[in-house]
Design a protein around this ligand. Structure first.
Ligand code: GLY
Ligand code: MN
Ligand code: MN
Length: 474
């Protein structure tokens, strides 16, 4: 109760210059086919952060002028109890969150209409579920689509003061949240270890996915995002897992666990399918590993995460130069965005109750501050977290190198590389795939630490040793 009271009081403080009401709309169950055959239940993260009630069909209003708060939901009737079992009363759930007043769910709509009729401002966050968009759309008289964040800029109709206040709070994790994130990282360690032990030539990728996700489901809520497990690491969001594991390939596993408290983990490892890297794979892997380590070494309070991204990219270009894949001055290549050919994504993002924490509120509000503007370059332009780091931030460190045949062909045809790419050499890698190595990092008062008590094997020798041991233990 104290956690939620403290958070809502802080929100009030941050909104002290505003008037009107703040509305919070929890999720309802989503039909996969019809109401009682739905997608797996998941509460809205902003709702969880401020109220913690993990039940569907709840809403709340915070009155910024009068000071009151009310939780709106319906008590279970006999039909609900027959099918779902008893639920504590809404009043007791609200009290557990430190809210003395509660009312039926339909009274939320009446209260919002009354506030609007009285000319009061209704502060709301961008929505992330369609039902909530329709609900607010009816009350506010705007199209449902207008209530979602659009790309990086957020939702223009949502309350910017509210968005900024929530982002400010959720960006800095308190001790309680850090403990929950450490616990999620343990689940993540276990799921990735299960996956690595399952790698065997001839198995179908989805057999490993099933074992890995099973381990997470057996100990937590499930996965924190759709698993990426593929021998085509160069396809960023490859969710097809039907290929047999082939010799000589790289298997990229980007997967996260979500704990029962709904905190996320997000790790990536890339394994040689037969347990030993080829020399060519080891060369590229070593570079990605060095970029991951370099970024982590630089990560500390006061450093903009954009600088860590840029340092990793410069190191990558320097080392790709040593392999004869690019040529020229590293700083000039970095300034010209040549790194985007090899890593067309950013170094990392915020993580917390959501794997890409708060990105439903608008990526630029979450990852950018007044002293950081967004680049339009491939790669750097996709950097989700550019902010100056502060203690309590939780971010991912996930450099990668990918050989994307269509992108390479496009750059060659259009001369995008300004003569910096040695295509004769690069085109020997068209069948390579991609490598990404991702850890979850907490910014501490004097530096940073990786979440969880154990780090998944990452140095190339460590990876080969772990895979050899897996074989011995079979
Ligand atoms: N695949 C989600 C991430 O690593 O950001
Ligand atoms: Mn990931
Ligand atoms: Mn990530």
């Amino acid at each position: 109760m104290n956690t939620y009271l403290k958070r809502r009081n802080r929100l009030r403080e941050l909104l002290s210059g505003e008037s009107g009401i703040v509305v919070f709309v929890g999720n309802v169950e989503s039909a996969a086919q019809y109401r009682d055959n739905g997608y797996k239940w998941r509460q809205d993260s902003n709702w969880l952060y401020f109220f913690g009630i993990d039940e569907p069909r709840f809403a709340a209003i915070m009155d910024l002028d009068g000071g009151g708060e009310t939780v709106y939901a319906d008590d279970f009737g006999i039909d609900d109890i027959i099918w779902m079992g008893p639920m504590p009363s809404v009043a007791s759930l609200a009290e557990g969150a430190g809210v003395p007043a509660s009312a039926p769910y339909a009274a939320f709509d009446e209260a919002v209409r009354a506030a609007l009729a009285a000319g009061r401002r209704v502060h709301f966050l961008p929505v992330s579920r369609y039902y909530n968009a329709v609900k607010l759309s009816g009350l506010l008289g705007v199209a449902p689509d207008a209530l979602f964040s659009v790309g990086k800029k957020g939702c223009p109709l949502a309350s910017e003061p509210l968005v900024r206040a929530v982002v400010k709070m959720r960006l800095v994790k308190d001790a309680e949240e850090i403990a929950l994130l450490d616990a999620a990282a343990e689940l993540g360690f276990n799921m990735h270890t299960t996956a690595r032990k399952g790698i065997r030539l001839g198995r179908i990728e989805q057999e490993i996915v099933g074992e890995m996700e099973g381990s997470t489901l057996g100990a937590g809520w499930g996965v924190s995002f759709a698993t990426i497990l593929t021998q085509h690491g160069e396809i960023f969001h490859c969710h097809s897992h039907e290929a047999p594991i082939e010799p000589g390939r790289l298997l990229l596993i980007d997967a996260g666990a979500e704990s029962n408290a709904h905190y996320a983990s997000d790790h990536t490892r890339t394994y040689p399918t037969g347990g030993k890297f080829t020399p060519r794979q080891r060369d590229i892997y070593q570079i990605v590993y060095e970029c991951n380590e370099l970024a982590f070494e630089m990560t500390r309070p006061g450093v903009p995460y954009r600088d860590c991204h840029l340092a990793a990219v410069r190191h990558m270009l320097d080392r790709l130069g040593q392999l004869g894949i690019v040529r020229g001055d590293v700083d000039e290549m970095a300034a010209d965005g040549i790194g985007g050919l090899f890593m067309p994504h950013g170094l990392g993002h915020n993580m917390g109750l959501d794997v890409h924490d708060m990105e439903d509120l608008g990526e630029n509000f979450v990852g950018y501050d007044d002293d950081q503007t967004r680049s339009s370059q491939l790669g750097l332009g996709s950097l989700r977290m550019a902010r100056r780091l502060t203690p309590g931030n939780v971010i991912t460190d996930e450099p990668g190198i990918y050989f994307i045949p269509a992108l390479i062909a496009q750059w060659k045809a259009e001369g995008t590389d300004k003569g910096r790419v040695c295509y004769n050499r690069l085109e020997q890698y068209l069948d390579f795939g991609g490598i990404r190595l991702e850890d979850d990092v907490l910014i501490t008062p004097d530096g940073a630490r990786r979440l969880g008590s154990r780090r998944l094997p990452i140095a190339p020798d460590e990876v080969e040793a772990a895979m050899a041991e897996d074989v011995m233990k079979r």
